[in-house]
Design a protein around this ligand. Structure first.
Ligand code: IMP
Ligand code: MG
Length: 176
């Protein structure tokens, strides 16, 4: 499949994703038993994952969104723009950040820092994908769907230049 200048191939199919998301939800339900966490999906990329995950959460919980962008094309710029701020109070809350993919980890580090300064009691992370860069930088996250290589992926909410978010499967860019 071609999107703009890039050719994409099948990577992780929707059945495997569904099974993994169910596992993650079960892990979160167990780990936060007795608590009422606040889920914080990072827009735009995590909206599909967050939706599927949160539907399987059996805890009392709230959901709040932030929009942050560090990406242009297939590269992280390293500069973060906070585009929409949250409205909830995170003071003394157990917050679970929901991220589509952790690449450099810069987005995550910034949000974790901000949540701690707002007085969050605990900050957890649920990420569908984690790239090799993040692992090498020691970016920890408790609930990881798939550890992948440094490849550019799209589908299931993730985009390339705004396209591909609607695909049910994850695709990856073919190397030229
Ligand atoms: P980081 O700050 O470098 O960890 O970048 C994280 C953000 O960049 C993610 O939330 C995604 O929105 C975006 N991103 C990183 N890698 C990819 C990719 O392979 N496909 C689409 N978006 C990506
Ligand atoms: Mg994102």
């Amino acid at each position: 499949m071609k999107i703009k200048d890039l050719e994409f191939e099948n990577f992780i199919g929707s059945d495997i994703i569904r099974q993994k998301v169910t596992e993650l939800a079960e892990q979160i339900n167990l780990a936060y038993d007795g608590k009422a966490p606040v889920f914080l999906p990072i827009l735009n990329g995590s909206f599909v994952f967050a939706s599927d995950l949160i539907k399987q959460i059996s805890l009392p919980c709230r959901v709040s969104f932030v929009k942050i962008s560090s990406y242009q094309g297939v590269q992280s710029t390293g500069k973060l723009k906070t585009l929409i701020g949250h409205e909830e109070s995170f003071f003394h809350q157990d917050v679970i950040i929901v991220e589509d993919v952790i690449d450099s980890g810069l987005t995550l580090e910034k949000i974790v820092e901000e949540l701690k300064s707002l007085g969050a009691r605990t900050v957890g992370v649920a990420a569908l994908l984690r790239k090799r860069t993040a692992r090498e930088r020691g970016i920890a996250a408790k609930f990881i769907g798939f550890d992948i290589d440094n490849e550019f992926v799209l589908g299931y909410g993730l985009d390339y230049e705004g396209f591909g978010r609607n695909l049910n499967d994850l695709m990856r860019a073919k190397l030229a």
